[in-house]
Design a binder for this molecule. Structure first.
Ligand SMILES: [Zn+2]
Length: 275
């Protein structure tokens, strides 16, 4: 009895959100393409006849878990590791996949990504063939970081894009360190690609139209903030008045709507759009 009480007491002392295995999941997206979830971060992987293609490792523990789960699904080796971009919250822990023959990153990525050296750098839209799949890599230019790349898997028609756009979710906070017009151009480049299913680095799985809606959100935000600034409104006034009501049901609306407005104010002032 004492032991039981102690166990309950101990459980109640653990912070909620402590990392347990149930924060991780693998789901089939389509055909041989799978989505890997580690709490609020997602990546994809593809099991082909010639090997397994993984994308963002997220972190060491996540990648070790994923590697072990993949080994239960196939006896094929991990032959390709493709980074969406080099930001640490998505790109850490790649070494946990072991020796991978082909490590692919956009050309602006650092020489090592958390200790892993890319073997191939992508400077223009290109595709690689692995076991009957075509994996199309498209550098998205500057915006959210400067080494972001879209990854589309055919024939499954699945796009994996991280951070520049997510399905039914506001963009991150105040667009830190970013030119928001460049960021919006990244979304337009994603929109121009051929695919049906959208698998973001965050948020629920979506379809291509979610990318379009994400681009429209950015355009409407820009238009409203710009016209407010031109009519002499302050950042604080805009932060409370530009409510973007249409998007109330999107994830992170309550936390990031005001930050999105403030980030747009900062950007429009920085590029001198107001005068
Ligand atoms: Zn990022």
């Amino acid at each position: 009895m004492l032991k039981l009480i102690f166990a309950i007491l101990l459980a109640s002392l653990l912070p909620t959100g402590t990392s347990f295995a149930q924060d991780r999941a693998i789901t089939n997206i389509a055909g041989d393409v799978y989505r890997f979830q580690n709490k609020f971060h997602f990546s994809i992987f593809v099991i082909t006849d010639d090997g397994v293609v993984v994308t963002d490792p997220i972190n060491t523990e996540a990648a070790l878990w994923l590697r072990s789960e993949i080994s239960k699904m196939t006896d094929k080796r991990i032959t390709h590791l493709i980074y969406s971009h080099s930001h640490g919250d998505h790109a850490s822990g790649g070494a946990a996949f072991g020796e991978v023959a082909n490590v692919i990153a956009q050309k602006n990525a650092p020489s090592q990504i958390d200790g892993v050296t890319p073997t191939m750098r992508v400077d223009k839209a290109s595709s690689i063939k692995v076991g009957g799949k075509s994996i199309e890599l498209t550098p998205l230019g500057p915006g959210h970081g400067d080494d972001l790349m879209a990854i589309v898997v055919q024939p499954e028609n699945v796009a994996f894009v991280v951070d520049a756009v997510a399905s039914k979710r506001l963009p991150y906070r105040d667009f830190p360190n970013s030119n928001v017009d460049d960021w919006t151009d990244q979304v337009r480049k994603v929109e121009a690609l051929e695919f049906e299913i959208f698998a973001g680095g965050h948020g629920p799985i979506g379809v291509k139209e979610d990318v379009t809606t994400g681009r429209i959100y950015l355009e409407e935000l820009r238009e409203q903030v710009l016209s407010g600034l031109k009519s002499g409104k302050s950042a604080d006034e805009l932060a409370s008045n530009v409510t973007m009501d249409k998007y109330k049901d999107w994830a992170s609306y309550d936390q990031w709507r005001e930050l999105n407005v403030r980030g747009m104010v900062r950007h429009l002032n920085a590029i001198g759009a107001v005068n």
